[in-house]
Design a protein around this ligand. Structure first.
Ligand SMILES: CN(C)C(=N)NCCC[C@H](N)C(=O)O
Length: 264
């Protein structure tokens, strides 16, 4: 099925501050390399037949390329992001304005801190929601009320995996891949109960943001370095599209971070 993704070209990308353990401003990042890697990602989606819309990048917002954090869109309802760190605060209204300007009438500003699809991942009958580093657990309840979908809270415990989408991705509408070590013991039990047939990723693959992947149910766009995870995906019948986003990883992001899915 054709997907609709919102992306933001990294025209102002930089690593200027450190708000996660992957970011080292002293080491910097090469914007031109980041742009060319991002273009490869965009082309990969287009070659798969997916629709890609673009939001204008804003000067002074170096992390705006990570569109997944800008909102959560389910059934045409847009739940706006409210960022944890002041450095990214202006991205929330910028993304919400894009949706309003593009005719999404059911767009809601959030009362509680949440980083969009960074911490909310949507399956057919439920939304998985991360908390612990960024998104406030009260935002899980607010999103459930606004979207009319069950939201299942998952507790993140490892600062390297500060967003849910660094540690888990939906393979399709009813199954996931994840790295158990990123979750509290109780949340690991919840995941085992909900997804007995999940792909369990290694710490090595999680550490190259291999779980920050995008699946359309048939094709999985994934960081090239996550070798074992790619093998397991192929074994399960998925088409694997490896991409190199190493420059964007210097800010703590991968393919999924660059991709906000617009549902409905
Ligand atoms: C899965 N991830 C990590 C994302 N969805 N977003 C990446 C955000 C990176 C940004 N420097 C930050 O720390 O907020």
């Amino acid at each position: 099925m054709t997907r609709h993704y919102l992306m933001c070209r990294p025209d102002h990308f930089a690593v200027e501050y450190a708000i996660n353990p992957w970011m080292h401003p002293e080491a910097g990042a090469d914007r031109e390399v980041a742009i060319s890697q991002w273009e490869t990602l965009r082309s990969a989606y287009q070659e798969l037949g997916h629709r890609v819309s673009l939001i204008d990048p804003v000067e002074g917002l170096p992390d705006m390329v990570f569109a997944a954090n800008g909102a959560l869109v389910v059934g045409g309802r847009v739940y706006g992001a409210r960022f944890t760190h002041p450095q990214r605060a202006a991205e929330g209204p910028a993304y919400l304005d894009w949706f309003v300007d593009n005719g999404y009438e059911r767009a809601q500003e959030a009362t509680f801190t949440n980083e969009g699809e960074g911490d909310f991942l949507t399956l057919d009958h439920l939304v998985l929601a991360g908390t612990g580093f960024r998104t406030d657990i009260f935002a899980h309840k607010e999103a459930q009320e606004f979207l009319g979908r069950p939201v299942v809270t998952l507790q993140l415990v490892d600062p390297r995996f500060y967003h849910l989408d660094t540690a888990l991705f939906p393979l399709n509408g009813h199954n996931v891949a994840y790295f158990p070590g990123a979750f509290s013991p109780g949340s690991q039990e919840v995941l085992r109960a909900l997804f007995p047939d999940a792909i369990i990723a290694s710490e090595g693959d999680a550490s190259v943001l291999g779980l920050n992947a995008v699946s359309d149910g048939t094709n999985v766009v994934i960081n090239i370095e996550a070798a074992d995870l790619q093998l397991e995906l192929k074994r399960r019948g998925f088409e694997v599209i490896p991409v190199d986003l190493s420059e964007l990883r210097k800010a703590g992001g991968g393919p999924k971070c660059c991709t906000l899915e617009i549902r409905g």
